[in-house]
Ligand binder design. Sequence first.
Ligand code: KIV
Ligand code: ZN
Length: 523
Amino acid sequence: MTDQSKADKSASSDRILIFDTTLRDGEQCPGATMTFEEKLEVADYLDAMGVDIIEAGFPIASDGDFEAVRAVAERVKNATVAGLARAGKKDIARAGEAVRQAVKPRIHTFVSTSPVHMKYKLQKEPEEVLDLVTASVTLARNLVDDVEWSAEDATRTEHDYLCRCVEAAIKAGATTINIPDTVGYTVPEEYFALISMLRERVPNADQVIFSTHCHNDLGLAVANSLAGVKAGARQIECTINGIGERAGNAALEEVVMAMKTRADTLPYRTGVDTTKLARASRLVSTVTNFPVQYNKAIVGRNAFAHESGIHQDGMLKHNQTYEIMTPESVGVGKTSLVMGKHSGRAAFRSKLKEMGYDLGDNAFQDAFQRFKELADRKKHVYDEDLESLVDEGIAHAHESMKVVSLTVIAGTIGPQSATLTLDIDGTHQTVQSAGNGPVDATFNAIKSLVDHQARLQLYQVHAVTQGTDAQAEVSVRLEEDGRVVTGRAADPDTLVASARAYLSALNKLQVKRQKTAQAQQAI
Ligand code: KIV
Ligand code: ZN
């Protein structure tokens, strides 16, 4: 099939391609850094979930980013794997090298087209930028057949000029044209008109797939993406939980479920297995340590909770009274009492399978051991406990500093004190510290073992399930020289969870410091 007929076919099709950029635009936001292993874990899950394109990172940014994109490209079985590149030769070559081994490789190259970006950011004349469009897409096409071109800040770009840029990109061989609302400025009617205008006015527009990429600064990212689809775009760029720069990107779970639930007015299909959405949300939240707001659409913990008496009464009579989609359709099961300390290995494995986890041997052994420890301390182990246990194993697996033991003296007679032993790069170190309360004492102990200047920005505790023996899930956000990281941990003992969360944030900070150092060398 020629490129022309492929594009014609797709424009009239109801199939919407889902381009996930959690690992690139999502990972760019403050505090959402993922380690190499976490990126692979997320990529595997996105592939299994049926995402069409996985944007795995920005290979020129650092050696770590390059290696992660390359490893994702090597292992992903079904999805196209994209690497981002600015319009320069080095960027494009590096992206091409990183995605080379993918079953379906894509280079995604971009340049700013709005007057304010061209003048102040690029300090280039519009004609120079137009030449860059042709040159960059041509370079990328010499490396791969599948090239996406983006007009950064497209929604604040002058229309005639945008048409010329899009036409040039298509002539040079771009197969997808992305129209980003980089600053989250547009509104649905305007974005609909923009995509329609481009499809009508650009002479070779029918040769490519148009794509949406909407940021959420005005809370309109999902509405704008769907308006783009109505205007003929057939690819949506989005992230799990809507994470991304500033207010984030369009949330994958929201665009997918909007089209599934309102097929009457949005008659489009995606390839996403929606029963995997809740787990995807939980996984991304755990590895980025980025909490999901309770009332977040589709995947928030309250998204299917009915609290008021009137609503509960209606639900008991018929679930369609207050439910437009079922919890099961997005993979939210009913809270169930699952396992106890007598449950064996086989039952544990089959329970994890039922919950959508497919762990390798080492990860399984580790999860089983931690499950046994938890079941010894906690009478009832719920699905939520198991989720947090497994996801945390993934998040903490490669940390170089770990909590070995913690004893805290608390109560009405101060000062409270903590005795803490940490494993730092394989060596055990112990300290005793006092503090203004048990949490302060615990954090002081960590500070005296791990030298750092980070400032505590947030300390938050919530219960994973109900009951006084529920696990406490603690989030700790730290800031150092503009770098923001969040650590999270769960344990039936709030202070142990607090120590682990603080240490997890420090581990992330260490990774981030290394990444920044590498990026400064690379760029
Ligand atoms: O928001 C944006 O403009 C981007 C581009 C690099 C596609 O993320
Ligand atoms: Zn973006």
